[in-house]
Design a protein around this ligand. Structure first.
Ligand code: GRG
Length: 319
């Protein structure tokens, strides 16, 4: 897997994270978040068949997991990337829905007894607890498949075709992307923690879909090859920062706060950043990767503001 930023990220930029700018830019960002979420949620509800569509069980199960909330990070990145390249959030909606559908499928399958065996997701019973294992497997399969129907209907601007977008997402979700990360994660359980293995798992499991979300947003807007590559670098660094923070929260927050079982990584002997580096160093690494991500946005100027503030918010989150 290509790494465009050094392992530790540029530490010189870390201090700017603690003094990110005027509160007015945060207010504008909050409005952007609200507007973009409303636009996205409406589009997502329409992207999958209504719950009563036969066979109703599968459509109820798909909608149960897909419309259960969550941060909507991937669609927000997708819309912000489109805007950073001079496009609109609306232009990125097919891609935003497709990446969230892939994300929902991966969570359903990850929660299954044969994977992480979890009962709680986003504060609600997991899919297999609600519908049984068979329907949960099928709901994941259906979301994965339908994501490509949704994306194939995209009308990207300029130099890209819907087929380019479909290829990009299929690569990120496939056996050299998300699946590779999950395979490495399964293989690593109970084995001796190693830094290269840890980086690989997180760059694949978390990073690949974040990178694809950004690239698809940029491609939807007809962004240049340089813009797409820059957002890919941003996504790589952001993915690591996000996952380190996720590991820290798993080790330090309650299940009530997280909406999912807490402390599960340590109990399962998972390879995590706190397990390998301790909490203090993990916090520093999360800051460094966030700073590295933000640093790569310079060429976008003010158009990169939403991505910049999204990266900061992710670092500051407590759930
Ligand atoms: C295909 C089974 C299968 C797995 C692929 C993506 C993945 C690998 C597994 C999902 C579980 C997991 C812990 C992934 C790491 C990425 C991550 C932190 C997911 C949670 O994403 P958030 O925090 O979730 O964005 P919300 O609920 O906010 O959408």
């Amino acid at each position: 897997m290509k790494k465009n930023i050094s392992r530790r990220g540029p530490s010189s930029a870390v201090s700017t994270l603690r003094n990110p700018g005027a509160p007015s830019s945060f207010r504008a960002f909050d409005h952007w978040l609200e507007r973009t979420r409303v636009l996205f949620e409406k589009s997502l509800r329409a992207a999958v068949p209504p719950a009563a569509t036969k066979p109703a069980t599968i459509h109820r199960a798909m909608r149960y997991s897909l419309l259960a909330g969550g941060k909507r990070l991937r669609p927000l990145l997708c819309c912000a990337a489109s805007e950073a390249c001079g496009g609109t959030a609306r232009a990125a909606l097919p891609a935003a829905c497709a990446v969230e559908m892939i994300h929902a499928y991966s969570l359903i399958h990850d929660d299954l007894p044969c994977m992480d065996n979890d009962d709680l997701r986003r504060g609600k019973p997991t899919s297999h607890k609600m519908f049984g294992e068979g329907i949960a497997v099928l709901a994941g399969d259906a979301l994965l498949t339908e994501a490509f129907t949704v994306l194939a209907a995209a009308k990207p601007l300029g130099r890209y075709t819907a087929s380019d977008l479909v290829t990009e997402l299929a690569r990120a979700a496939g056996s050299r992307g998300l699946i590779a990360g999950q395979v490495a994660d399964l293989a690593a359980e109970g084995s001796k923690p190693s830094e290269p293995a840890l980086y690989f798992i997180h760059a694949a499991k978390t990073g690949m879909l974040l990178r694809a979300s950004l690239k698809l947003g940029a491609m939807s807007a007809g962004g240049t090859k340089t813009q797409v590559a820059t957002l890919d670098r941003f996504g790589f660094a952001l993915g690591l920062a996000f996952q380190i923070q996720d590991d820290i929260l798993d080790a330090t927050q309650s299940a009530k706060k997280l909406g999912k079982t807490a402390g599960k990584d340590a109990a399962a002997g998972k390879m995590t950043f706190p397990a390998l580096f301790g909490l203090e160093k993990s916090r520093l690494l999360a800051e460094q990767w966030t700073a590295g991500a933000i640093d790569s946005l310079k060429t976008f100027g003010p158009r990169g503001a939403a991505l910049h503030l999204l990266a900061l918010r992710l670092l500051q989150r407590d759930s």
